[in-house]
Design a protein around this ligand. Sequence first.
Ligand SMILES: [Zn+2]
Length: 489
Amino acid sequence: MNWKRWSFLILCVIAVGGWSNVPLRAQISQGPPAMGIPESQSLVGDTTALAREAQDWLVDLVKINTTNPPGNEQASAKYIAGILTKEGITPEILDVTPGRSAVVARLRSSVVADPSRALLLVAHMDVVGVDRSKWTVDPFGGVIKDGYLYGRGSIDDKSMVAANLAAFVALKRGNVHLNRDVIFLATADEEQFGDASLKILIAKYWDKLAAGFAINEGGKVVLKHGKVQYTAVQVGEKVSVNISVTATGKGGHASVPTKQNPVVHLAAAVEKIGDYTAPVHLTSIVRRYFEGLSAIEDDETGKWMRVLDTPDRGEHAQRVLSDMSPMWNSMMRDTIAPTMLQAGVRANVIPSEARAVLNVRLLPGDTIDVLVNELNKLVNDPTVKLEVLPDGGLAAPNSSMDTEFYALITKLCAKEFGGAPVLPFMSTGATDSAQLRLHNVQAYGLRPIPMTEEDDARIHGDDERLPLASFAKGVDLLTRIVAEFSVTR
Ligand SMILES: [Zn+2]
């Protein structure tokens, strides 16, 4: 975009008082969006044909059922290895547990690798299960209908496996001169985070994966009324921790109940915990996210976002925004969701123990002990015991918003989507990026495929579907970003 266009945009902004009415360059129609032609080709040339190939790979990947458990990602890894081999790249299949593998490949910039400069393109091959009765098509059929690819994993995360593969192959085909190693990695077991996950891969094969930068899932490009509203780049995430709540009492015949029935004590404790709201703690990412979003939300919402942090109206604003969106609520505080209840074996027997599980999502920087203390005070019942379970996630530092790579992503996304803001994002759910960040990788969650919130909400749900025109756009943008960052002109 040249300066005349920029000044026109800026004038428009001044004239209408906000980004929301700015006529965007890359107008995207509704339904399956039809994308504009990119203004200039990436360093590796026109990606139109490549995107079509990537679409075929994606259809094939959806057809390989990698429902986790059991995962069976080895089949998927072999398929990807086949594509890489055909391109003259030597892939390596990393076996983790029987039937479960990852696949890695590297394009070298020099004989001696410098891991601190390397760029890792990572996506996971496994998917969550389906309730077939709720789907209108075969979730593993690779069905294309009305401009969408339907299927489990069509978005999460096989779209990114295919897009990463396309960007990687583009570098190879372009015979470019790389200024850093680029590593392609498709992982297993992300959805269960178990024995075959990235955590284990890192422990076993870190020398093959080590990088200074990474692109992973976790971000999004939000499409609203046919236009890109904003791009969210994930730079941090909340931490998942489980707590067990155990009430111990006096078991016996249900015909002679006492005050020591643990079911009653547990129910009371769960009710108090369910009503509890943790205090707001605005992290720097969340502050910047709301700041950016305030410019494109409606006037009323934007107004509350702008005063979130003020002493006089902050508290009220936090309440209003929390009520507006459960996700915004979760971005501002630790949350606690009771998820499991367990008690009793017979209708006429009072058990001696009753148990609940709470799933806690901590803000980065918050500690579980402080919260458990608070909950103990609240429950205030000596028969009820709270215990942190050992299966929790690990808190990782956020990725920096000051790196050259973050600046590049921001610049190219803004340019591609007609100046729509690019916002740092903290996801409320967990991704593999936490593992990478714990190993000093600046990992950014970026899914450069414009999508409506409605389509986005189908992830893990019924009739998951990917808008194919958006996918082509995503392949192009991702290829540009990777090429700009790693190719010497
Ligand atoms: Zn995912």
